[in-house]
Design a binder for this molecule. Structure first.
Ligand SMILES: [Zn+2]
Length: 419
């Protein structure tokens, strides 16, 4: 799914400019250029006067998440023309595929508009852009003529490829999968840096999911709710499944997030499994960009954050990843739910603070114990009681120092079953 888009080259250029550039180019290649022009020359078909003018209607001023792009075809002459319209996609190992849009007739001077649904174009490149064009084929002066409109460049986000019905994931988002880590093409605001590099903590977070995958499996989870109840499966395509539990207040929802998906955010109350999975990825990001032996920890969060009182802060939002914020306990307690905010701070303290801190391998083993061997296969397999039991089993008893530290840290950081 999903798809994004950086549309480029979608704007009308002045015809004179185009011709001037072309002329300069042909002068440089000399005879070969003249021969090329001659081969393709059709009488009355000047470059600046094609029988049909194809252009994009959709324009964007910056990177945007679009699900469709609109085009326009105009009959530039005075007589009726019949033509076939195709969408033509090029990319991904030089593959080019066309898909028929339809057959049309336009009377002289008449124009038509249509739209291409980006999730359905025939070539979807993930790591590079796909070039998309509208092409018209017609008979012109007795010869077949294909006219290709200006290219648009669309970037497909692999985050959505496994879930093409989920419109809640913008094409610019990032995600980690078993065979790739996809970093969205969003450009850091106010910088000239090219795409594919959003925030350093987005990259670190996604790689954190890959560490998690190797450690214990990325827990099987959902971010969606229907009437306050978690939807049964991450890929459930029920239109009533929404990114937030709407039975709770805005402090624990993602309504304020506009720059990325609202499936989950730092403060949203998710299932405990989802809060755990995302909090772990944040924790890995925090480990990458902090020195764990120092007394503080800072994590620049990359979506909007709504502070208590309702003020929305733009990213990057500086998070103290060592403190105990206890967001869930303070704003929307539920013993079976969690926030990635609290889980981030829990993992940081569990792994880096106190003489009883737990090494990463132990944290992974405890999760595997909680999930019965593989967290990827057990839907919503992470809950606090099974984690605590797994920790006690791992260390040989509830009163063993590390088991006790696990339990107490869960309470102190708002990820256990009690307020
Ligand atoms: Zn994540």
């Amino acid at each position: 799914m999903f798809f994004c888009l950086a549309l480029a080259g979608c704007f009308h250029q002045d015809d004179d400019d185009v011709e001037q550039q072309a002329d300069e180019g042909y002068e440089e290649v000399g005879e070969a250029g003249s021969a090329l022009v001659s081969d393709y020359y059709i009488p009355d078909d000047g470059a600046s006067a094609p029988p049909l003018a194809i252009s994009w209607v959709t324009t964007i001023g910056s990177t945007a998440a679009l699900s469709t792009v609109s085009y326009r075809v105009k009959n530039t002459g005075s007589t009726s023309r019949t033509f076939t319209l195709d969408q033509r996609a090029f990319g991904l190992d030089d593959r080019s595929l066309t898909r028929r849009i339809g057959d049309y007739t336009l009377s002289g001077g008449q124009e038509m508009q249509g739209a291409v649904t980006l999730s359905t174009i025939p070539v979807k490149s993930v790591s590079h852009s796909t070039q998309l064009a509208i092409q018209a084929t017609l008979t012109h002066n007795g010869e077949p003529l294909t006219l290709i409109g200006p290219p648009a460049f669309t970037h497909y986000n692999s985050c959505g490829d496994g879930n093409p019905g989920n419109v809640n994931i913008p094409v610019t988002d990032s995600c980690a999968g078993p065979f790739f880590t996809n970093i969205g093409p969003e450009v850091v605001p106010g910088s000239q840096l090219p795409g594919d590099m959003v925030w350093k903590n987005v990259i670190a977070h996604e790689l954190g999911h890959d560490v998690q995958r190797k450690l214990n499996g990325v827990p099987h989870r959902t971010y969606e709710f229907k009437n306050g109840v978690p939807c049964s499966d991450p890929n459930e395509l029920d239109s009533l499944c929404q990114p937030d539990d709407t039975s709770i207040g805005s402090a624990c929802r993602c309504d304020h997030v506009v720059s990325a998906n609202r499936l989950h955010c730092l403060q949203s109350r998710e299932t405990m499994t989802a809060g755990n999975a995302e909090g772990f990825a944040h924790f890995m990001g925090a480990r990458i960009w902090n020195i764990s032996t120092q007394s503080d920890c800072t994590y620049n969060y990359y979506k909007e954050f709504m502070e208590p009182g309702g003020v929305v802060k733009q990213p990057p939002y500086k998070v103290n990843c060592k403190a105990a914020t206890k967001w869930r306990d303070n704003y929307c307690f539920s013993g079976s739910r969690g926030t990635e905010y609290d889980w981030l701070q829990f993992f940081w303290n569990l792994n880096t603070v106190s003489a009883n801190k737990l090494p990463l391998g132990d944290i992974g083993a405890i999760h595997l114990g909680s999930c019965g061997g593989n967290c990827e296969t057990l839907n919503m397999g992470v809950d606090w009681l099974s984690l605590r039991t797994a920790a006690e089993n791992h260390y040989g008893g509830a009163l063993q120092p590390k088991a006790l530290y696990f339990t107490n840290t869960g309470d102190a950081f708002g990820v256990d079953e009690t307020p």
